[in-house]
Design a protein around this ligand. Structure first.
Ligand SMILES: *Cc1c(COP(=O)(O)O)cnc(C)c1O
Length: 366
């Protein structure tokens, strides 16, 4: 059997007519930038998510940057985020001129250890970027409480957590705003780069929309200097075609996670991912831990099973952050995790048979 890490082609084939029609319409109307395909998707996504404002932009990295810029974050400020994430969560802090400050992860849920957050807050701290990694919410209620006490902006990086929930409330509803990525491999993915900001704050929404469109809400009326970060018509139309399927795709991911839990039970030497109580996990990734990760990954590759690592180096350990002067003992949990984590194939089109084959292969190796 050959099992790829992700299978975007299988998904395309399952909705080929809808996607092809959507793309043909955009081309027919040459509605490549702006226009109704973009505004339609923004309203559809807002309605589906239950949020007031959706501001499409170029990708899920820009959405973080735009948010921080419009909150007035810049040189001299500090913004706190988690030590294990994709670099977007921290590089955008530096892009504003502010300084990224990292909090270590906690071992059970791979997310920010909220107990270590408060000690990182200084007089210069302006915001916290909470990351909901792998489809699993971090302890956002505790983080929000700390942010409120210290009057800090809370931004949620929801790139991996479309429609995830914590105590019945969706990712992006706890902070001032959420940042979403539609990178092709995300749970809702475009056919290129795309992202959006979600918020219930009218003023912030308008500022972000302006900044993402060269500082102008109307053509040629530039109130400020901005950037060019737009969701394009083709991507918007593709996302509109995919959005009605997202709920059932998410259900399949949840089911597949349950199949993994079942078939991986009792295998020595690996640790299965845990779901935080009272949350809806949308299983962007299914990440196990192994004490001999590389050997296991190589063995699985030999069995035709493609795996991945998200992410092999914790952010503070990257050469990009050498200037901050951290050592591996500063973030012991994130550093431990980076060497143990292994992402197994996870997508709606996986079958129980494939999952059983993956589990049997892991059992044979151990
Ligand atoms: C994918 C991702 C992003 C960035 O999204 P892009 O659309 O690729 O720019 C940001 N944060 C996290 C945690 C991500 O996984």
């Amino acid at each position: 059997m050959k099992i790829p890490f992700a299978d975007l082609k299988a998904q395309y084939q399952s909705i080929k007519t809808e996607i092809d029609d959507a793309m043909a319409k955009v081309i027919e109307r040459t509605a490549f930038i702006g226009g109704s395909f973009v505004s339609d998707f923004e309203s559809e996504f807002a309605a589906a998510y239950g949020i007031k404002h959706v501001i499409g932009c170029g990708n899920g990295t820009d959405s973080l940057f735009i948010l921080m810029k419009m909150m007035g974050i810049g040189p001299g400020d500090e913004v706190i985020t988690v030590a294990n994430s994709w670099i977007s969560s921290s590089e955008t802090i530096s892009q504003t001129g502010a300084r990224p400050v990292f909090v270590d992860a906690e071992i059970d849920y791979f997310s920010m250890n909220e107990n270590l957050l408060e000690e990182k807050i200084t007089a210069r701290t302006k915001a916290v970027i909470a990351v909901h990694l792998q489809g699993q919410m971090c302890n956002i209620e505790a983080i929000k409480k700390i942010c409120d006490q210290h009057k800090l902006f809370l931004i949620e990086d929801c790139a991996q957590s479309h429609f995830s929930e914590f105590n019945g409330k969706r990712a992006g509803f706890f902070g001032v705003a959420g940042s979403i990525s539609f990178y092709p491999g995300k749970n809702l993915g475009a056919y290129g780069d795309a992202g959006c900001i979600i918020t219930n704050d009218d003023d912030l929404a308008e500022k972000c929309r302006m900044y993402a469109h060269h500082g102008a809400l109307k053509k040629h009326q530039h109130q400020i200097e901005g950037i060019n970060s737009r969701l394009d018509g083709l991507q918007a139309a593709i996302l509109s075609a995919k959005l009605p399927h997202l709920a059932s795709w998410t259900e399949k991911r949840i089911q597949n996670a349950a199949f993994y839990d079942k078939w991986l039970q009792g295998i020595p030497g690996i640790i299965l991912p845990k779901q935080r109580p009272n949350t809806k996990h949308t299983w962007h990734l299914y990440v196990i831990r192994s004490m001999n990760r590389q050997k296991l990954a190589d063995y699985l590759a030999g069995k035709g099973i493609e795996t991945s690592v998200h992410y092999p180096t914790a952010l503070p350990n990257l050469p990009a952050y050498q200037y901050l002067g951290y050592g591996p003992t500063d973030f012991p949990v994130a550093t431990e995790l980076q060497d143990q984590i292994l992402s197994l194939p996870m997508y709606p089109e996986l079958t129980e048979e494939m999952i059983k084959y993956i589990a049997d292969s892991i059992r044979a190796h151990q």
